[in-house]
Design a protein around this ligand. Structure first.
Ligand code: NAP
Length: 239
């Protein structure tokens, strides 16, 4: 049985990805930070799933998580770098701490998880890495400047790493969601949400399960010749 580590799998897109990959027959490591009861409940509802608490922005936590996966399950076969946070506000009003938080979780976190998962994959000459970016990383959003930069970084990281580790039998791809119905958007004013929805050609926001099904595709052999690409899952809002 292949082992998948999904960061930020306690809620939202990550939890639906955990469900989809469990249904597809993988063992799932549900990484979380604060939502312990949700992570535990999700693990209980899936066939073979294990919650693991780690702050992905902290190298020691990340190293310990991948050491645990190696010792207990023989290593990580698939990594989904999903955990992320947003910050909406004028760039110049962001504190240094707010800037660091977004970059440390969204970009450094994915880089660290990849660094500590890769040795298992290189050893097996096989592996799949799926990064979760955002349409704002493709297009850029006013008042989400650092978030956009972190996600543009994820897309660049995907492309460069795909070139470096392809020869080791490892594929690296990216999913880039649009506006998705998760906690991340729960603080948007109804007016902002309807303005955004009006801009989406499909005239609705997406479901986390609609991103999860693309993650499942990228984790499967059906995408065996895809490497270094970004799949936009945004209802046609950003092309
Ligand atoms: P969400 O519902 O807010 O869930 C975020 C997840 O990230 C939670 O499971 C949270 O875990 C985890 N997390 C946050 N900081 C963490 C840390 N330091 N270490 C480990 N886990 C951490 O968000 P979502 O909407 O599902 O977003 C998932 C990904 O999709 C993110 O990368 C986001 O940027 C991207 N995305 C989302 C949208 C959207 O519209 N929703 C659009 C484009 C891209 P705990 O609760 O356990 O702390």
């Amino acid at each position: 049985m292949k082992t998948v580590v999904i960061t930020g799998a306690s809620r939202g897109i990550g939890s639906k990805a955990a469900q989809a990959l469990s249904d597809a027959g993988y063992r799932v490591i549900i990484n979380y930070l604060h939502s312990e009861s949700k992570a535990n409940a999700l693990a209980d509802s899936l066939k073979e799933a294990y919650p693991y608490k780690a702050d992905i922005s902290k190298a020691d936590d990340v190293k310990a998580m991948f050491d645990y996966v190696r010792k207990r399950f023989g290593g990580t076969d698939i990594l989904v770098n999903n955990a992320g946070v947003s910050h909406i506000g004028v760039f110049q009003l962001m504190s240094d701490e707010e800037i660091a938080r977004v970059l440390d979780i969204n970009l450094k976190g994915a880089v660290l998880c990849t660094k500590y998962a890769l040795p298992d994959m290189i050893k097996k000459h096989s592996g799949i890495i799926i990064n979760v970016a955002s349409m704002w990383g493709e297009d850029g959003a006013s008042c989400e400047v650092v978030y956009s930069a972190s996600k543009a970084g994820i897309i660049g990281f995907t492309k460069a790493l795909a070139k470096e580790v392809g020869m080791s039998g490892i594929r690296v791809n990216c999913v880039s969601p649009g506006v998705i119905d998760t906690d991340m958007n729960k603080e948007l004013e109804p007016d902002t949400l309807s303005f955004l929805t009006n801009d989406i050609p499909l005239k609705r926001i997406g479901l986390p399960s609609e991103v999860a099904s693309v993650i499942r595709f990228l984790a499967s052999n059906d995408s065996s010749y895809l490497n270094g690409i970004t799949i936009s899952v945004n209802g046609g809002m950003v092309m």
